[in-house]
Design a binder for this molecule. Structure first.
Ligand code: RB5
Length: 154
């Protein structure tokens, strides 16, 4: 399993902690930065992480900013990316089982490092349910990217 990880300055310390823990647990990770606590812009790290997941080079992405919100907004612009902003393990499990989420977003100002590790481990260990109703719903989300909305006159 190959994982791409990135953060902004607010998520830097949590990224370093999580990276170290997950490598020790045998996961293969590539760090797409940032590489210090100097202020930077979260889309700049969301882009390379989501690109390699979207292209199938990496299985999952993990993105960390202060709230997880900015990263999830940026990530969900990418084709084939289903990014979930998660703050507890139940959602980590269900977003894998139901949504087949492939990018995990975390808020370093919202949760602590131990909870982040537990969430990431749950997310990475949980398979998609493969149930038809969940597949159908994901296909409907995917179709939104290609479907002009008549209510918007385009
Ligand atoms: C940075 O101050 C902060 O805005 C960013 O990390 C993130 O929380 C945005 O959603």
């Amino acid at each position: 399993m190959k994982i791409a990880i990135g953060s902004d300055h607010a998520g830097y310390d949590m990224k370093q902690y999580l990276l170290n823990e997950l490598v020790q647990q045998g996961y293969e990770l590539k760090d797409y930065g940032t590489h210090s606590t100097e202020s930077c812009d979260y889309p700049d790290m969301a882009v390379p992480v989501c690109r390699v997941v979207s292209e199938g080079e990496y299985d999952y992405g993990i993105l960390i900013c202060g709230t997880g919100v900015g990263m999830s907004l940026a990530a969900n612009r990418f084709p084939k990316i289903r990014a979930a902003n998660v703050a507890e393990p139940v959602t980590a499990q269900l977003t894998r089982e139901h949504n087949d989420a492939n990018v995990l977003c975390l808020g370093s100002r919202v949760i602590g490092p131990l909870l982040a590790v537990e969430i990431a481990r749950t997310f990475l260990a949980t398979p998609f349910s493969n149930e038809q109703r969940h597949k159908r719903r994901i296909e409907k989300i995917e179709a939104l990217s290609h479907c002009p909305d008549p209510a918007l006159n385009r």
